[in-house]
Design a protein around this ligand. Structure first.
Ligand code: SAH
Length: 449
């Protein structure tokens, strides 16, 4: 196939990134915004080695699940691939995706996957956004990257971000113009402002603003911060983060507090948490309560249990679990998150928890400590064979695995499956309108071992 070629076809499946799949004699085409069963005239946009990408030129038949997207840039942004589909369709896709990965990657045969638990109102849920800044027609613009590029599509309000971000972004852009502060340009490597990271609290009205810049400081910085915080009284911190690197990593290492505190306060299921700019915190405050409640229910904790909370972030799961067990050990590699976690234990007056800054794989293999139950919540890339094999040696009776990537989850569960039997697989929609899905899995040790 070649670019611009027009091909007619029917969508027979949905890819792991939510694109419609059309099979042709020339190979497979992944099509943006095409729903299962729909027929369309497709324009090929990119093609290489039998795999092509395309966009809809004309829809020839409509799925009953097609809806009008609420977002004006839904087909170009690449963030929300399901803005044009009913939420029911999206949840079914997510349930199936987890099941298909468990079968294809994990080699599980008769695996039961519970229907994905959706959100009551799947909009404006994100408590953290990272918005790139650029320039067009001599004006400062901000928005989202066009999918697979670094070209900014301007957008004033995103349909999934917390509504408090909108006005702050707009004020910040006008202040950049007022003080002649240029956005950073990746090609020429000139300019100053790269991104604005905004975190909102679900506990209070507070907002944290992180200015990510390419230089150590800039003229008028304090005036800009003063005006910003005077106009938006709910801003509780302004952090200045310096990133001089030319990589896709958004945050740099060095930070300075320009206004207020170096953390934002949030709450989950009645406990309060301090979260710094660099600490991981689940992005959907409503659904995180559903996810953690499910994880705790499946863990069937007792007062005799020694619990390991692996990949613990700011200590959320371990602290919530602490009242049901004898003792918790939480292990997390990011220093700032562990500092937050220790403060969080103190703030909530929780004493039966040890919070360690360590690499989980190194920690567990150093002493092979015994735990009755392990709750693990690794990043997208999953855990390591060394960590999983160590679990088989220390033999906790139950493992709860929380994952945001069904592919790495399936790979890791296959390793555990020699010694552990899957009891429940429960997808939870933490990221409505996107193709991402979170899953919590409970595993019981096999009797024969
Ligand atoms: N359980 C927490 C955090 C989950 S995100 C919560 O629900 O909020 C995954 C966490 O694992 C991140 O905080 C990340 O910093 C941490 N992490 C990544 N690799 C790690 C490793 N090798 N050892 C320990 N922690 C790690």
């Amino acid at each position: 196939m070649i670019s611009k070629q027009i091909i007619k076809g029917k969508c027979v499946a949905i890819s792991s990134e939510g694109k419609g799949i059309i099979k042709t004699v020339y190979g497979v085409i992944f099509v943006d915004a095409l729903l299962l069963g729909e027929e369309a005239e497709i324009e090929v946009t990119y093609s290489r080695a039998g795999v092509s990408y395309g966009k809809i030129r004309k829809l020839l038949s409509f799925s009953q699940d097609r809806i009008n997207p609420k977002c004006p840039i839904s087909t170009s942004c690449g963030g929300c691939v399901f803005q044009n589909a009913s939420y029911k369709y999206e949840l079914e896709y997510k349930t199936n995706k987890v099941k298909e990965d468990l079968i294809r990657i994990g080699h599980f045969k008769d695996i039961k996957v519970n229907p994905c638990i959706g959100m009551e109102n799947p909009e404006h849920y994100r408590n953290k956004i990272q918005v790139p800044f650029g320039k067009a027609n001599h004006h400062v613009i901000y928005g989202f990257y066009k999918s697979n590029t670094h070209k900014i599509i301007p957008l004033k309000q995103c349909n999934i971000e917390d509504t408090r971000a909108k006005d702050i972004l707009s004020t910040f852009a006008s202040l950049m113009e007022k003080y002649h502060i240029d956005p950073y340009d990746e090609d020429s490597r000139r300019g100053i402002i790269r991104h604005l990271l905004i975190r909102t609290s679900s506990l209070t009205d507070e907002v944290m603003v992180v200015i990510i810049a390419s230089v150590d400081s800039f003229y008028n910085r304090s005036d800009l911060v003063k005006e910003l915080t005077q106009k938006h009284k709910n801003i509780s911190s302004v952090i200045y983060n310096i990133n001089k690197r030319d990589t896709n990593v958004i945050l740099g290492d060095k930070e300075k507090v320009l206004y207020g505190k170096n953390f934002i306060k949030d709450s989950i299921l009645g406990l309060n948490f301090n979260v710094s700019s660099k600490s991981f915190f689940q992005v959907n405050p409503k659904q995180v309560e559903v996810l953690y409640s499910k994880a705790l229910e499946l863990a069937k904790l007792t007062k005799e249990d020694e619990l390991l909370d692996a990949y613990s972030g700011v200590g959320t799961i371990g602290l919530l679990a602490s009242k049901y067990v004898k003792h918790v050990t939480s292990v997390e590699v990011v220093k700032e998150a562990v500092i937050n976690a220790k403060k969080n234990a103190e703030m909530n007056n929780i004493k039966n928890i040890t919070l360690l800054e360590d690499d989980c794989t190194e920690f567990i293999n150093r002493e092979l400590p015994h735990y009755d139950v392990v709750i693990m919540d690794p990043p997208r890339k999953g855990s390591t064979p060394e960590f999983l094999n160590a679990l088989k040696l220390i033999k906790p009776s139950r493992i709860i695995y929380i994952s945001c990537d069904p592919a790495t989850l399936s790979r890791d569960l296959e390793i555990l499956s020699t010694d552990y039997k899957i009891e429940v697989v429960q997808p939870v929609d933490m990221f409505p309108r996107t193709f991402h899905v979170e899953t919590v899995v409970s595993l019981n040790i096999r009797d024969t071992k």
